[in-house]
Design a protein around this ligand. Sequence first.
Ligand SMILES: [Zn+2]
Length: 457
Amino acid sequence: MEQLMREAIAEAKADFAEVRWDETAWSRVAFQRDQLMALEQSREVGGIVRALVGGAWGIALLTDPAELPAQLAEATRLARLAAKHIKDPTELAEVPVEEAHHAAELKEDFRQVPLARKRALAEGYNKQILGFAPEIVSTTVRYADTFRRSWYANSEGTHVYQEIPDVTLVLAAVARRNGDIQQAFEPIGEAGGYELALGHEVKAEETAKRAVDLLNAKPMKGGTYTVILDQELAGVFIHEAFGHICEADFLYRNPHMREVMQIGKRFGADILNVVDDGFIPGSRGNMPFDDEGVRRQKVYLIREGILTGLMHSRATAKKMGMEPTGNARAVSWEHEPIVRMRNTYIEPGDASFEEMLSGVDHGIYAKAAFGGQTMFEQFTFSAAYAYEIERGEVGPMVRDVVLTGNVFHILKNIDMVGSDFRLAGGAGGCGKEGQSPLPVTDGAPHVRVHEVTIGGS
Ligand SMILES: [Zn+2]
């Protein structure tokens, strides 16, 4: 493959040309209630060629490596046509030429595990959840793995080969009593081998128990509270509410937000540090090199409360006069790379959980996220479950805790950052501009925020 790419690229008649060829092997098993909903494995191959002529991109796809020379010529022809009408020409920031081979290390290679064994594993978790209590009326257990092999080459001489493994497991339970329905789920996801899906029996039981416990929880009254976010919810918050507005392609297109997101501006207290990192061993968001062949950087979005960085592709870096960061990613071979997050997290501080609790007279300990919505700086997140905090102690479980507000207000009001840092790959992924789900990892320690608006019931 590499030789073929070298030869084709050498013949390119564009200002810049690149080829990416992906081979992805995947399998998945899904159970719902007592039904097997999916049991499949397959392999997908394909490539994308981009040619840049006079500031305009031409793009062509291929499903057979033999098509490479012809599709490279086609992309160049399309770029030449587009260049005649270009208003905002694309230029690429300079990056070092790379020659790299990044192989994945898996303890137990899931490609060698028979589908029947994966089915038995998922079925086991499913039976466990389904049989936990009579209130459990439905379940979802989903196992999925993906092994991506990616070859990248460009006309500047960069050649990168990398292997990106991904294993996810979703454990979910639905409980019902007298018409009241509650759900709980546990998403597990990492970059590694089959071993990552094993041994989650305790989590399966906890998930079922939580769904039943939520039937007994009372809804939280709406209002303004001091809220402690657990690692998972704080991680989802920093990705969804803040990470996405630090993506330079978004900012480039939104003059208002570009005005707001000025480098050097203070967004939080000195204790707040927010990072997007391209590689943390075992993390789902890992991209040793991005899909433009750029070596990953560790980007401090916020350092000691101050906005210090943004996430870039080569094109956005050039437009905004900043350095490329290795954030250009594509969800599959059919897509061109756009600016995406990788492993995004709030760095640990030094507060203990007990210190955070003390001094909270009446607050909320909100855990995990049931998803949310963001619109520029406004957000709405539902905690998966929560507890009331009463006079410095964790009290009874409460439900219907919906956090709403303005991301900058929350960042400003973070007054304690814990030392108990944790990363979570989740089981879904990030979605942007029709490219979904892209594996990412979020992380944070416990974080305390005062004056949070809770839209309860
Ligand atoms: Zn996202």
